[in-house]
Design a protein around this ligand. Structure first.
Ligand code: PMT
Length: 400
């Protein structure tokens, strides 16, 4: 998604400048070529050498550096960039950009570019709420500048509130979104992810190995591509993705309730969650004590959320998953027909690199018309985009 893209990373002077180092690492890891521009005050917080070493490109700091101006001057950088990301962006820099002041390398280069510009502000909460700042921000937004809005939290100045630089992963997501075509604009996609937990008592539960990676990858990709996304997730160790509405649930019954509540708002539903098929008949209020006798658990069936959705889906595209260890395609076809699905993503969880708790998957996409698309081992991120490509095709097919 960022492979081969040229990103200019502008760093201004704030304590959060150290987080730009992590952002740089994420961008280069995703295959982007990054050129850093640091303001004079940024260099008070982090050294150019850090950015130079990690980007493997010279860091640009001076407007009037004759050698670098000839080789790769500010206009050349402005022209070559696919995207500008400014993180952290101070109120000062934002004020300059909003008022057409170009008095250093960063502000000059940003003014000279035609590339999209993503601004990640970081400042004291009172500065952030200052009406002059707000006017500047609104002005830039009107002109098409993108913002990775700051988070709330404890600020370096001792105040608590809005103004904290977004996490590098969130800025990375916003950068990827800025470079992605919006072919899912107008769609409202409900994605389920992760396992469910069915409690036995206050300390124990029945669950499975789902990490949430597959479902989160789909949710992130859909958001990047312009969809409004609701992610209903069982308990995972993953951070809630930036920009989406994330609803955390524990049990299958909670997941069912969360999905049904949001059903009317969605045009596409993708059920990547690994829902426990059974739950204990009774949950003990106290911790179940061990004894010398064997313990028998009585399990009852959980609601089949996908099956219920199939009955009421209407015009929506409904995508189910199938995690199987045998007869993958046959089982997927049975699910497709019995649950009235438009597509099943069948993963053979017996294969190395497929299924639970890994970054990759090996899937077969099974369609209503009998087609089966066999996919090779790939990153869950790439499979997510492929699933969404097929969803778009199915929607087009439905429209005739
Ligand atoms: O989370 P990861 O670690 O990245 O792993 C990804 C995954 C293996 C969990 C994912 O790729 C996957 O296969 N998810 C579905 C797992 C599963 O529960 O398969 P199933 O064959 O038991 O269920 C079939 C479908 O019915 C699924 O879409 C499931 O969400 C749904 N279901 C299942 C049971 C139930 N009570 N209600 C449901 O809606």
């Amino acid at each position: 998604m960022l492979k081969g893209k040229v990103i200019v990373l502008g760093v201004t002077g704030g304590i959060a400048a150290y987080k730009a180092v992590e952002l740089l690492r994420l961008l280069t890891k995703a295959g982007a070529t990054v050129h850093a521009i640091m303001t004079r005050s940024a260099m008070e917080f982090v050294t150019p050498l850090t950015f130079q070493t990690l980007s493997m490109n010279p860091v640009h700091t001076e407007l009037f550096n004759l050698i670098s101006e000839r080789e790769i001057g500010h206009i050349a950088l402005a022209d070559r960039a696919d995207l500008f990301v400014i993180a952290p962006a101070t109120a000062n820099l934002i004020g300059k950009l909003a008022n057409g002041i170009a008095d250093d390398l960063l502000s000059t280069t940003v003014m000279a570019t035609k590339a999209p510009v993503l601004i990640a502000p970081a400042m004291n909460v009172n500065m952030y709420q200052n009406p002059i700042y707000k006017e500047n921000e609104a002005r830039l937004k009107d002109h098409g500048y993108l913002f990775a809005e700051p988070a709330r939290g404890m600020l370096a100045c001792g105040w608590e509130g809005e103004g904290k630089l977004q996490e590098p992963q969130a800025i990375f997501e916003a950068a990827a979104a800025a470079l992605t075509g919006k072919d899912l604009a107008g769609e409202r996609i409900l994605v389920t992810a992760g396992p469910t937990r069915e409690e036995l008592d206050p300390v124990r539960y029945i669950s499975n190995h789902s990490s949430g990676k597959m479902g989160y990858a789909i949710a992130r990709a859909a958001w990047r591509r312009g969809a409004e996304v609701i992610l209903v997730t069982g308990p995972t160790c993953l951070d809630p993705p930036f920009g989406l509405d994330t609803v955390a649930v524990e049990s299958a019954e909670e997941m069912r309730a969360a999905v049904m509540e949001r059903l009317s708002d969605s045009s596409v539903i993708i059920k990547a969650a690994a829902v426990a098929d059974y739950r204990p008949r009774q949950r003990s209020d106290g911790k179940i004590k061990k004894s010398d006798q064997p313990l028998t658990l009585e399990l009852v069936k959980n609601p089949d959320i996908l099956g219920e959705l199939g009955k009421i889906k209407g015009e929506r595209i409904l995508v189910g998953f199938a995690a199987e260890t045998e007869a993958l395609v046959e089982n997927a076809r049975t699910k497709l027909t019995e649950k009235n699905l438009d597509m099943v993503v069948a993963n053979d969880i017996g294969q190395v690199g497929a299924g639970f708790n890994v970054d990759t998957n090996i899937a077969k996409l099974v369609f209503r018309d009998g087609r089966v698309e066999e996919l090779q081992l790939m990153q869950k991120e790439d499979l997510a985009d492929l699933i969404l490509d097929r969803v778009i095709e199915l929607k087009k097919g439905n429209r005739g």
